[in-house]
Design a protein around this ligand. Structure first.
Ligand code: ASP
Length: 333
């Protein structure tokens, strides 16, 4: 990695030599992966040691599942799907089982996935009976006729594609129901009852140099009127482009949509030549200025895996072929 950046610096100094030098340079053959399980007011004092350990173990298990795919030469798309399928099945996170409740007491799920090598994408919103919304998003992408399906139509498509259908109650947990009841009884905002955005996401670069990003969520507690956040919106919650980066976001979705977060990060890299950390920090600062909270995970085309968030914490992890393997919760870890 260090040698590769030195080479890039040299290329910048001697642009005339760049073509032949680029041809001579072996393409980087490493993989990397970053994952998140939501950002928010995650503070040590709000969490018991037991809860903290459970979340760390869950993030590590998801990271390991994705890293295994990449280590064995699998694709970035498969790694992203493997991570998200696992987290959708874990009731601790606001995706799949354990999703937050709408104002009407339902679980409405949103998800999206994007393949950076083709910029093919698939997304679904407001689904209530599909066990793994990320698989449905991928099926939409692979079918190729449309990018974004919603509600009953998306569910009919899922059934036609043979995806696993479950009763709506499958997603409901007592803990999330109590959050809705508390919100209504005390007239609170979503974040006052959740303390965090528990959306899940993954971004990966595989050994072939391809990028992918995916995100899955139940949205925000007490959402009404068919509200859709940023998570299934391609360019806001999810974006992947082999020429720049792959991004998955979590946070107050309305602001992430207005800032076009995931696309903006990659566009800054592509058009302004910013590094992935610099671009992610700039866009999260922009979200903050609009009044939004949350964060992103991103991998660059060269495999740099980064986080950026303006909340006290974000469930996150990263692993690379260079031996990085870490999960974290609080800011400053
Ligand atoms: N971004 C999601 C939404 O607004 C919430 C989250 O990140 O948990 O639906």
């Amino acid at each position: 990695m260090i040698r590769f950046s030195a080479l890039l610096a040299l290329l910048a100094l001697f642009p005339a030599a760049s073509l032949s030098a680029q041809e001579a340079a072996a393409p980087p053959q490493d993989w990397s992966l970053a994952i998140h399980g939501g950002a928010g007011t995650l503070k040590r004092e709000n969490m018991s040691a037991e809860q903290e350990a459970e979340y760390r173990a869950a993030m590590q298990a998801a990271l390991d599942a994705g890293a295994k795919v990449l280590r064995e030469g699998g694709s970035a798309m498969d790694a992203v799907e493997a991570v998200i399928v696992l987290l959708e099945g874990d009731p601790k996170f606001n995706a799949g089982r354990g999703a937050v409740f709408t104002w009407d007491g339902k679980n409405e799920l949103d998800s999206s996935i994007m393949d950076g090598s083709t910029r093919a994408a698939g997304a679904v919103a407001g689904v209530t009976i599909v066990r793994h919304p990320i698989r449905l998003a991928r099926a939409v992408m692979e079918d190729g006729r449309h990018v974004f399906l919603s509600g009953a139509g998306a569910e009919q498509f899922a059934a036609e594609k043979g995806l696993e259908i479950v009763p709506p109650e499958w997603f409901a947990t007592e803990h999330r129901r109590q959050q809705l009841e508390k919100m209504k009884a005390e007239n609170l905002a979503a974040l006052d009852v959740e303390f965090k955005f528990g959306t899940v996401g993954a971004v990966a670069r595989d050994a072939a140099g391809h990028l992918a990003a995916g995100t899955s969520t139940g949205g925000m507690t007490g959402k009404r009127w068919g509200r859709i956040g940023d998570s299934p919106v391609i360019g806001a919650g999810t974006w992947a482009d082999d020429r720049a980066c792959a991004v998955s976001a979590t946070g107050s979705g309305e602001y992430f949509i207005r800032a076009g977060v995931a696309h903006a990060i990659c566009a800054r890299m592509l058009l302004a030549g910013e590094g992935v950390q610099q671009a992610a920090d700039a866009v999260i600062a922009d979200v903050g200025e609009l009044g939004g909270d949350g964060g992103v995970i991103a991998v660059s085309k060269d495999g740099e895996a980064v986080f950026s968030f303006n909340t006290p914490g974000m469930y996150r992890g990263r692993a690379t072929s260079e031996g990085v393997n870490e999960v974290a919760i609080f800011a400053g870890e």
